[in-house]
Design a protein around this ligand. Structure first.
Ligand code: ADP
Ligand code: ZN
Length: 616
């Protein structure tokens, strides 16, 4: 029986809402949380795809607290488990982890609690869980849910593939009748298929959230001069905030971190070449700091659940749009404004192609990967909303511009290319989706080798003389990216046809302009010198700043004393709410977002005392 809910609840969703309020201090479910939780509470399996920061963990934590029995959470990284368990304990939840870092005494104590029915949530690694002794003991324990976190690790197509995850398919027969929930932030159809097949969730409901991250302010700029200098400039302009800087090589993380330290930034380097202990230490330092910068290769990844990362800077571009979204997605997990800034250059793109060419994989894989590289750079160098481009890439429909990225706020010099776009779209239409983009360009320029009479007879033959082949290539790529042209895979030799019919019609009618980046433009733009201070900063009024800072100082001391990351005590957002509401008593404090019963009991008095010092 759950320790949180003392008696059986006739209406499970009401119980779920009650736990949300009392334990986690949140007023309402977000996005698809309620749907996913309802499915699990009905005793059914499910797959939930929510963007990073979308609140995946509550999807299994709440059912674990509402349903009787122990909730099992399979997680790929000790850092992830440590963080979640610490946060749960702060909220008064009986949670523990069993992994290779836990010593014998603690292990025994955890088993004692499990056998006494006193534990609500147990975090385990996949290999730990599948050990016969563990399975044997768990088989005698009533379970409320089996959650598989970061479920995309089961897919060999992704960059987080973990062979141990494959064993988790057996959970279906090992724990029949226990609802299994797979959660991930990786959305593409192939990964989803893999998860379903490998984890035996073929008949389960699938919940896929929007990939919108309205708190992320995206920008990208071409590398000019010293990229290192530019990174130092970007980071020092964001002093006092935590951030991640991704660099393309181990060596570069070290030199960049050094340059940042020379500039007075609390920066650490992180890469797979570091000794394991050192890596763990640095991760811990980063997580526990109020403002630190981690300069890392992509080895620094999944374990990074620090909610108050205010910026992610790509000193070198990511490998694909999937990787981009995952990496910039590590900023702003607390829902407060955060920035994703990418530096890129033609040399990076060439390098990506070269590395791909050297890889020992099938041509079909290479072609897919090459397309991903193209799409990434089309987005980075694009002229229309970055956030919308990414979401469209993930298959979302009816996506609107974000209104806050560098492209939406108009920092890029563009020229109207609507007429050229109409020509390209009309040519694609006439060619009937039978050819690739190269051929479409040839057709527009009347350069097709040995053209048929049919082709030269089309009204679009050779109508594109005003642009060069390279410009047409850019433009058609951009049209694919904007969803106006659509490529079908065709075994790695994509065929191009018309995309979204309404959008295409709007372009033909001249209702939707198509803007193309001006050649040689893009030199004077970037995240530089634009007034976005207001959006960058936490939503704290100037008058509330001193109290907010005092609350942060109190939290830092408390976190240090307990040796936990500050955000497991209270998130910045909660401190901001406190600073603005200035609660005069426990009831008022309890009403604020992020203040559950346990935190009220532990920290209520201390927080109210800090507030009292600021009330005249
Ligand atoms: P992820 O999906 O990336 O695992 P988390 O589960 O870590 O996301 O949640 C991200 C943040 O959102 C956390 O700080 C959590 O406290 C907060 N959160 C989750 N659900 C809600 C909610 N319903 N209302 C308010 N905040 C929420
Ligand atoms: Zn935008």
């Amino acid at each position: 029986m759950s320790a949180v809910l003392a008696e059986a609840e006739p209406r499970p969703m009401e119980a779920a809402r009650d736990v949300l309020r009392r334990v986690f201090g949140h007023e309402a479910f977000r996005g698809l949380q309620a749907d996913v939780i309802a499915e699990v509470l009905a005793g059914r399996n499910a797959l939930a795809v929510l963007p990073t920061g979308g609140g995946k963990s509550l999807c299994y934590q709440i059912p674990a607290l509402v349903r009787p029995g122990l909730g099992l959470v399979v997680s790929p990284l000790i850092a992830l488990m440590t963080d979640q368990v610490a946060a749960l304990v702060q909220s008064g939840v009986a949670a523990a982890r069993l992994d290779s870092m836990i010593d014998l005494d603690e292990r025994a104590e955890t088993w004692r609690r499990i056998e006494a029915g006193a534990l609500d949530l147990l975090y385990v690694s996949p290999e730990g869980l599948m050990q016969p002794a563990m399975l044997d003991r768990l088989s005698r324990t009533p379970l409320s849910i089996v959650a598989i976190d970061e479920a995309h690790c089961v897919s060999q197509w992704g960059h987080d593939f973990r062979p141990e995850y494959r064993m988790l398919g057996r959970l279906a027969e090992l724990f029949p009748g226990v609802p299994r929930l797979a959660v991930t932030a990786t959305a593409d159809a192939r990964t989803r298929e893999d998860i379903r097949a490998e984890l035996r969730l073929q008949d389960s409901a699938e919940f896929v959230a929007s990939f919108a991250r309205p708190e992320l302010i995206l920008s990208a700029e071409r590398k000019r001069g010293s990229a290192e200098k530019r990174v130092v400039e970007l980071v020092t302009a964001r002093a006092g905030r935590s951030g991640v800087v991704y660099a393309g090589s181990r060596e570069k993380t070290e030199t960049l971190a050094q340059s940042l330290r020379d500039a007075g930034v609390d920066a650490l380097a992180y890469h797979a070449g570091l000794e394991k202990r050192l890596r763990a230490d640095r991760l811990e330092q980063f997580l526990e700091a109020d403002a630190a910068v981690m300069v890392a290769t992509i080895a620094f990844g999944m374990g990074v659940d620090k909610p108050d990362v205010r910026f992610v800077i790509h000193a070198d571009p990511p490998a694909s749009i999937e990787a981009y979204w995952q990496e910039v997605g590590r900023a702003g997990r607390d829902g407060e404004p955060a920035e994703g800034i990418t530096l890129y250059g033609a040399a990076d793109m060439a390098w990506a192609y070269r590395r791909l060419a050297e890889r020992d994989v099938d041509d079909s894989v290479k072609q897919t990967q090459a397309r991903k590289v193209r799409q990434l750079y089309a987005m980075l160098d694009g002229v229309s909303c970055r956030a919308a481009a990414v979401r469209r890439y993930f298959g979302e429909e009816g996506v609107e511009a974000c209104g806050q990225c560098d492209l939406c706020t108009g920092a890029v010099e563009t020229e109207d290319a609507t007429v050229a776009a109409q020509k390209a779209l009309s040519a694609a239409h006439r060619l009937g989706g039978r050819f690739g983009r190269g051929r479409l360009v040839d057709h527009l320029l009347a350069r097709t080798k040995d053209p048929s009479a049919w082709e030269t007879g089309l009204s679009t033959w050779g109508i594109g003389q005003e642009l060069s082949a390279a410009q047409w290539k850019d433009l058609t790529e951009q049209l694919v990216f904007e969803g106006l042209l659509r490529e079908t895979p065709n075994d790695g030799r994509p065929l191009v046809g018309l995309g979204d019919a309404d959008a295409v019609r709007a372009v033909f009618r001249g209702e939707r302009p198509v803007l193309m980046r001006k050649a040689a433009a893009g030199e004077e733009r970037g995240a530089r010198g634009r007034g976005r201070k207001g959006r960058e900063a936490m939503a704290v009024q100037a008058a509330d700043r001193p109290l907010f800072d005092a609350l942060r100082a109190w939290r830092a001391a408390e976190a240090k004393a307990q040796h936990v990351p500050p955000y497991v005590i209270f998130h910045d957002r909660t401190l901001a709410e406190i600073a603005s509401a200035r609660p005069g008593g426990r009831a008022a404090l309890a009403g604020l977002n992020g203040v559950g019963e346990a935190k009220l009991a532990h920290y209520g008095a201390a927080v109210l005392e800090v507030v009292a010092g600021f009330v005249a």
